[in-house]
Design a binder for this molecule. Structure first.
Ligand SMILES: Nc1nc2c(ncn2[C@@H]2O[C@H](COP(=O)(O)OP(=O)(O)OP(=O)(O)O)[C@@H](O)[C@H]2O)c(=O)[nH]1
Ligand SMILES: [Mg+2]
Length: 223
């Protein structure tokens, strides 16, 4: 059986990390918490619960994902956020197409599974609209019909992840991973997954500050 590393990127998620680690444990051969230099008790909690902890290079979530891809011991990497947004019981659905050798990357789709975070405010509307424009670009460029290019809840074969040459430092790494897979001809599937609201704290993403970074990242990676 292929071994599964569950990767949890963290930055100051001490309030939700225990629940997340306990939720994913049944599905993991290795739990790798890749930490962006948290200043709370995130790393202590992870170690106490028996997770492996690695520090990223301090440049953002993308840096954390790249660090995890380099250091994980598993044959399949499953990424899930530390803020309680993702449903651990969906993990087998994400792993199954890779285990059946029908996919190399499987993304949990909020387009198919719904989201408690995506609707209701102007910021949500802007984020959705931006997300749809990015999806249109990806779908027409590669002749696919995907519904979520951004979700961090996803599984990928470790050897494939290492061949992608990912470079993005921020959450733009999610779309970069997808685009690189499509470009290199890897098999990409989606499964429905519902996104919950982050349990504690405010969204850390300032839409106005990052929107141009997303647009530039798509243009750069897609063509
Ligand atoms: N390793 C690492 N992880 C990070 C970094 N920044 C954020 N994360 C983690 O990446 C995951 C996603 O970040 P979030 O802040 O939840 O991003 P989001 O889900 O798009 O936005 P909100 O939940 O609305 O804040 C969380 O588990 C964070 O703790 C970082 O610099 N390094
Ligand atoms: Mg979140």
């Amino acid at each position: 059986m292929p071994r599964v590393t569950i990767v949890i990127p963290t930055k100051n998620e001490g309030r939700t990390l225990q629940e997340v680690i306990e939720g994913v444990r049944p599905y993991a051969d290795e739990i790798l918490v890749v930490d962006g230099h948290s200043t709370d008790d995130t790393r202590r909690i992870a170690l106490e619960l028996g997770a492996r902890v690695e520090l990223d290079g301090g440049r953002g979530k993308g840096d954390g994902i790249r660090t995890a891809i380099e250091k994980a011991k598993g044959d399949i990497l499953l990424f899930t956020d530390a803020d309680g947004s993702h449903e651990p019981s969906d993990i087998p659905k994400l792993l199954a197409p890779i285990l059946r050798d029908e996919a190399d990357l499987v993304i949990g789709s909020r387009g198919r599974g719904g989201s408690d975070e995506a609707y209701g405010t102007i910021a949500d509307f802007m984020r959705n609209t931006g997300g749809h424009v990015i999806l249109l670009a990806i779908n027409y460029r590669f002749g696919v019909r995907l519904t979520d290019s951004q979700n961090g809840f996803r599984a990928i074969r470790a050897d494939v992840a290492r061949q992608l040459g990912l470079r993005e430092d921020l959450t733009t790494i999610e779309q970069e991973m997808l685009i690189r897979c499509l470009k290199l001809g890897y098999r990409v599937l989606e499964v429905p997954s519902h996104e919950y609201k982050r349990r504690h704290g405010q969204s850390r993403i300032n839409l106005w500050k990052v929107s141009h970074i997303y647009v530039w990242s798509v243009l750069k990676n897609i063509w």
